[in-house]
Design a protein around this ligand. Sequence first.
Ligand code: SF4
Length: 724
Amino acid sequence: MAEVKSTCCYCGVGCGVIIETAESNGKIEVTGVRGDPDHPANFGRLCSKGSTLHLTANPSLQMQARLGSPAIRKARGEDPVDISWPEAIQTVAQKFADIIQEHGSESVGIYVSGQLLTEDYYIFNKLMKGLIGSNNIDTNSRLCMSSAVAGYKQTLGMDAPPCCYEDIDSASTIFITGSNTAFAHPILYRRLEDARKNNPDLKVIVVDPRKTDTAKEADLYLQIQPGTDVALYHGMLYIMLWEKWINESYINSYTADFDALRDLVRDFTPKAVSQICGINEKDLFQAAQWFATSPATLSMYCQGLNQSASGTAKNAALVNLHLATGQIGKAGAGPFSLTGQPNAMGGREVGGLANLLSAHRDLANPEHRAEVANLWGVDSVPEKPGLSAIPMFEALRTEKLKAIWIVCTNPAQSMPDLNAVHEGLSKAEFVVVQEAYAHTATTLYADVLLPATTWAEKVGTVTNSERRISKVNPAIDPYASAKHDWQIALEIGLALEALLPGNRKEGTSTLFPYAGPEDIWNEHRESTAGRDLDITGLSYKILEERGPQQWPMPVGSDSGKKRLYEDGIFPTKDKKAHFIAAPYKATAESVDARYPFALNTGRLRDQWHGMSRTGTIGTLYGHSPEPCVELSPKDAGRMNLENGDLVHVTSRRGSEIFPIKVSDDIASSQAFIAMHWGSEFISGAAGKTPGRGVNGLTCNMIDPVSGQPELKHSAVKILPANLP
Ligand code: SF4
């Protein structure tokens, strides 16, 4: 028996785990997993997903599900044929080089994932922006956190959650908005339950169109109409102004631009807001009072705000409330965006998005581009923003983008408006899929498949929601001939360097001088020197000896910074936080007589994303055994439907068949479908489209600032399927 400390690979809570291993037939195997009692994110606890992690590393399961060898498909629709690693590396590099030489560097793209480690992210970003000379690299985190990034930058000046998990213990009001924390961040929710036990006066307010398990436990639940969050926050500010609950001293000392916001919220009277949001004025008043007058108010929020065509405005409007009341920069207070994926934060830190650069530098800033070019040893970094996630797949459909390299994610299931995405992937001249798992909706389109290692095999770092960097450590050898993601990027990068002229500075022999992930991480660390996320005081050795650390942690510091802005100084030009007079806009796609239901999507408690891992564990089906569409008793009754009856759910983009589940949690004229179930579980409307899952229905309209799509709201019609 041996034990290895590592980090859970599912959500952004970033729990520490201890992987238990034993030798069997001369091989080390994972036999169990338990929570790490010393990890400050979870202190030994694990949720249902985390506590079954060892089952995903079980060798017999891997035989069924894992990709074990590089493979090539001679033609789409044919079975892939195994090839050697050198052949696979050379094939990918040569095809990318040929396409770039014929169509230019903008004709290729890389689509990565918030499941990658920071080191993986760093090398892919450098390969695309430094070597290929295009910013066409984006990530599935675009579907997850980009509105939170934009909201923080607009208001506070940098992309950084200012809070920490300890703030849950010391808050006196917790405002949960657009987050089913009990399901999506279960260990944080356990912490909140503890806080309630320790402080019976703690008030919990929950805002959500759906009466989730989180909402059911709230002291005050505001069941708003979908997409009306900005109106709600402006309405709360109206009351705070009227009742003189705002913190004038904080506003005057530490913020700017309040007057424009004060003018804007004049229209958001309690009466107007109660009508827009569908809530009563008394509850609105109560929420404003608890938020503003509590000694310490902490907001916790997630995809309900982010996955919206107004996601940036929603984030900014919520931060406005914290600035107006001075509920920030002190224990138990602040706007705390909960990260969805395990390393969406790390991806942002290394600038692995189409509009960002290393260490939170901006692509639009010429000084920042020059700093990165200098660090990487290239003449320049391209100025033009790359294609973000939704435009990237649209560019495949319009054949402007010829080749795509998809890493550790399943866009043929997770992107909105999937029929268009599948059309794009079918039209692509060259698709590379780098994956741990053999059978996903996306691997069907791969011209070349590259087998990657996964949890329990990888080494590197991740950053969780509270800016805490943790080590990920390997407990077992890579499966079959799988390689690490950074290693595959390195080998293809080196092969591409030999084929492309590139823009390396004289004296730079290679852009990829790495013997291992620590070398990559050290280069990332040096890129943060003097930046807001400075981690020059941190090393692999410190992480291993002293455990996970929060950033910033500049050289000379003993530990990372728990909480930001306690001094009231913000990383903006004038050192002040800025209010944003965010306009309230209705949802991008309105319900109407033809499509009268507002379709919401979200997570189940026991499944993760597209179920590549959790879907292989039988016990995790106990909570929600099959896909369904949840409807209110009123709507089900009106259509004479009962639990299990089949319906067509149809949007302007597709039609899918689901059994219904009648639920008191859903308001009338609304519907909910979990995001996890893909084509293998769901039928399309007979004779029309293949089943895609809920994203065959969702709309791909995006927030103009963050580029995040409105996955949380689509207009649909629901009709009995009347199948024999
Ligand atoms: Fe893993 Fe998140 Fe569960 Fe923690 S809360 S065990 S990080 S899935």
